[in-house]
Design a protein around this ligand. Structure first.
Ligand SMILES: Nc1ncnc2c1ncn2[C@@H]1O[C@H](COP(=O)(O)OP(=O)(O)OP(=O)(O)O)[C@@H](O)[C@H]1O
Ligand SMILES: [Mg+2]
Length: 364
């Protein structure tokens, strides 16, 4: 997959700017605060419907503006695809090839993307929510239905939660709780199976990558823990029982205590939890190899690589890992956008773009 161009209107510090990209590596270079990350964020937002930096679109709007537009021209299997995202009056509208999509899930996954920045270390160091997000984002790009399932599941959780908060001894409330539990089980099983399936496939892809990336013969192992269990089939078959067992406790504490919204993906280095024992460099290797494994899985499934967006990554990696990443990008011919400041010196990698105060100029 390839991005031919992006146009940002009233997005962050961009008034109206078009950038035409080239196959291979595209380097966005500029001083701090000029708008390099904003370009990456704009492309990511267009393709996933989300920003990785903020939760509210309001912050993406150029100051004092009321709507923003992002237009992108892409190639998928050599066919042109145009995508458009328009945000106005707290609503987002998306179009594929000029045709409006009813739901965001019809749109996400059209063109796939992998984003990597130093902040992704939270995947190791942060809480389970970060790792669930990692899995869900990948699945959402490959199986659009996953977003609808997650949304419906979260709605059921909210309803159950509200009921728990207002619970009294009236018997109809008890049966209502059980009704929500039915929905939670039905949707929750699908979420667990999707995540467990991805974990298994990622494990296969990440092993050889990690072996090459760690100079010593270290191993990575990832395991999805559903409902606190290491066996997914056990979790699925016992889901209803577990929910039933917890119900009285949930009523007493007025909170939901069990479900895939509390699951975790454990990442092990040499069979020990990476979160507790991996050094900074080893954590980087774990995350980088998982990202590269995602690229491989997407290529296997879609027949071509997704776009690769790297924000401030090169300066953060040591030489060995940097060379590995560069070698991967060059040998796979994956289209990559890399941001760097003038302190990094990798301009020979590809086409260079200078970013200054929200304007882009391609090196002649
Ligand atoms: N909503 C907004 N409206 C207008 N300008 C904004 C908005 N949000 C951020 N900016 C401006 O965008 C600039 C930051 O852009 P960006 O994060 O892309 O910088 P960068 O080039 O990646 O810098 P660094 O090298 O420090 O990462 C800042 O000058 C900031 O003030
Ligand atoms: Mg930046």
């Amino acid at each position: 997959m390839m991005i031919n161009s992006i146009r940002l209107q009233n997005f962050r510090n961009y008034v109206d700017e078009i950038i035409h990209f080239m196959p291979g590596t595209n380097i966005l270079i500029g001083d701090n605060g000029q708008g390099k990350t904003n370009i990456i964020e704009g492309i990511y937002y267009l393709l996933t419907g989300k920003s990785y930096r903020v939760h509210r679109e309001q912050e993406l709007l150029r100051w004092e503006q009321s709507d923003f537009h992002i237009y992108g021209q892409f190639l998928m299997n050599r066919h042109k695809v145009s995508l458009e995202s328009h945000y106005k009056d707290k609503k987002k509208m998306v179009k594929i090839n000029q045709v409006a999509c009813q739901r965001l899930s019809d749109f996400v996954g059209t063109i796939n993307v992998i984003f990597f920045s130093p902040d992704d270390l939270v995947m190791i160091k942060g809480g389970p929510a970060e790792r669930r997000r990692f899995l869900d984002l990948h699945i959402a790009q490959m199986r659009p239905g996953h977003v609808s399932i997650l949304n419906a599941y979260n709605k059921a959780l909210q309803q159950k939660n509200a009921l728990l908060k207002s619970y009294n001894d009236k018997s109809f409330k008890y049966s209502q709780l059980q009704l929500w539990n039915q929905q939670i089980i039905e949707l929750g099983k699908k979420i667990i199976l999707n995540r467990a399936d991805l974990t298994e496939r990622l494990q296969g892809a990440v092993e050889p990558i990690f072996r090459n990336l760690s100079s010593e013969k270290e191993t990575i192992k990832i395991m999805y823990y559903a409902l606190g269990k290491s066996s997914v089939s056990e979790a699925i078959s016992e889901f209803a029982n577990l929910l039933n067992e917890k119900l009285d406790q949930e009523i007493e504490r007025q909170m939901i205590l069990i479900g895939p919204h509390r699951d975790d993906l454990q990442i092990f280095l040499n069979d020990k939890p990476g979160r507790l024992y991996a050094s900074q460099g080893q954590q980087r290797s774990l995350v980088l190899s998982l990202k590269l494994a995602e690229l491989e899985l997407m290529r296997q499934e879609k027949g071509e690589y997704p776009l690769l967006l790297l924000d401030d990554v090169l300066s953060e990696l040591d030489r060995f890992r940097r060379d590995y990443l560069i070698k991967f990008i060059e040998s796979s011919k994956i289209q990559t956008l890399i941001t760097m400041t003038s302190a990094d010196n990798h301009l020979d990698l590809g086409t260079v773009y200078f970013v200054e105060k929200g304007h882009i100029r391609r090196e002649a």
